[in-house]
Design a binder for this molecule. Structure first.
Ligand code: SAH
Ligand code: MG
Length: 193
């Protein structure tokens, strides 16, 4: 029998950036307390977070997407091992190629960190009236708040884009966002009407 712990070990050994422990607990608690049923996730990796969200209770259904071949195959395998193939629908493509008609109670953005504004703008159209958009990794291991110079040009670029996203959320008139210093930094955005 496969266990959640096995997925966590696999992720660690293979450098798969699954949600941090406190972060996932926070998200699961939010799903439970707010009776979230239909979720859309951007960035499945090996299926860890979507499986955990489904295990909250049997009303939860997740649609998710993963572009990487190996991670997608691994996610399919894990979803089947947990017998969740009826409740997790996973697409194998780039999220920007995805055209979804459905509306979701919760949209979880956890894919390429430099594209968060674009993900937000695209998928807010799939949000139900009272739905929320949750974003992960806003701290980026503390780097979005650091005053020190970041050596890697690539990392510097990601951090700049995440900070742009944080500003975008703070200045957004359509949505009100709360920021939580939990896990690797999480935000929850709600329509402001
Ligand atoms: N939510 C997962 C972790 C996701 S890691 C968990 O917590 O268990 C982020 C994943 O997003 C990576 O596997 C990466 O391949 C994928 N990804 C990044 N940009 C993407 C895009 N534009 N479309 C689809 N998948 C993407
Ligand atoms: Mg993440």
């Amino acid at each position: 029998m496969v266990r959640i712990l096995d997925l966590e070990i696999y992720a660690k050994e293979n450098n798969i950036p699954i949600m941090e422990k406190d972060g996932i607990e926070f998200l699961l608690d939010y799903i439970k307390k707010n009776n979230i049923r239909n979720m859309l996730e951007i960035g499945a990796a090996i299926g860890y977070s979507s499986i955990r969200m489904c295990l909250v209770n049997e009303n939860v259904n997740v649609t998710t997407v993963e572009r990487d071949d190996i991670r997608y195959e691994e996610a399919i395998k894990n979803i089947n091992l947990f017998n969740l193939e009826d409740r997790i629908k996973i697409y194998h493509c780039d999220a920007f190629e995805l055209c979804l008609e459905d509306k979701y109670d919760l949209i979880f953005i956890d894919a390429a960190k430099s594209q968060y504004i674009k993900f937000f703008e695209k998928f807010k159209n799939n949000l139900s009236d009272s739905g929320v958009i949750v974003s992960d990794n806003l701290n980026f291991h503390g780097l979005t708040h650091t005053k020190e110079e970041i050596k890697s040009r690539n990392v510097r670029g990601i951090v700049r884009k995440l900070n742009n996203y944080i500003d975008f959320l703070k200045n957004n008139n359509e949505f009100i966002t709360k920021f939580y210093d939990i896990g690797d930094g999480i935000s929850i955005s709600k329509r402001s009407n």
